[in-house]
Write a protein that binds this ligand. Structure first.
Ligand code: CA
Length: 224
């Protein structure tokens, strides 16, 4: 994999770079957000690891900027222990997943692999529900004729909701889509659904995803 690593803690950056390189990855590492923007534009990055506290731009600003430039590779953010607000901001800005420092190297590698696998494509071509259409191989959402860029996690959740349109889908089912093993934080699902609502329905007039109290979510539009 080609991995973009943005971490200003010199020791951790060095440690992660050797770890990832030893596991047969190519690492583009930097301690600056502005350099990361150049790498993201110039190299075919598969996945990015971004620390949220950086010296030039914040990690959150960096993620927002990458997403504003329609760069869709999956992003995993690194946060300090217990810093819940940071984690939510990172996810809201467009990250797909997060890891709390200090973390186990095996877990980081597993998460990176899972993210890249999930963003790698599907077999069947399209799912269309109402005005919303998912291209399953390019992983692009179109609303009417307009393409909307989704991150890996947003895409996974939307695909599952659309495939199960008009049925209640529990938060746990969605969590299983993202993590596979029943682990993971339900707050991630909440943030992804809230991001999807904004992307699917910026004016707030169609409300395609409803919350069913204590049960989960439902994609409220029938297949066409
Ligand atoms: Ca830092």
């Amino acid at each position: 994999m080609k991995i973009l690593l943005v971490e200003d803690d010199k020791l951790l950056n060095h440690h992660l770079t050797s770890l990832l390189t030893e596991s047969d990855n190519q690492v583009y590492s930097t301690d600056r957000a502005r350099v990361a923007l150049h790498y993201a534009a110039d190299y075919p990055i598969d996945v990015a690891i971004i620390d949220l506290g950086l010296p030039d731009l914040s990690g959150v600003q960096l993620i927002s900027e990458l997403r504003a430039r329609r760069i869709p590779f999956p992003i995993i953010v690194l946060t300090a222990r217990g810093n819940w607000q940071d984690k939510v901001e990172g996810l809201e800005a467009g990250a797909d997943d997060y890891m709390v420092k200090p973390f186990q190297k095996d877990e980081l590698l597993a998460r990176l692999n899972a993210l890249v696998r999930r963003s790698a494509g599907f077999i069947s071509p399209r799912v269309k529900v109402g005005n919303y259409e998912l291209d399953l191989s390019r992983k692009v959402l179109t609303i009417g004729s307009e393409a909307v860029v989704l991150t890996s996690f947003e895409y996974q959740i939307l695909e599952y909701l659309m495939r199960n349109a008009l049925q209640v889908v529990s938060k746990q089912q969605l969590l299983d889509q993202l993590y596979g093993d029943g682990e993971g934080d339900p707050n991630v699902v909440e943030v992804m659904v809230s991001r999807l609502r904004k992307k699917l329905d910026p004016e707030g007039t169609i409300l395609p995803i409803s919350t069913i109290r204590r049960q989960g979510y439902i994609f409220n539009i029938s297949c066409s």
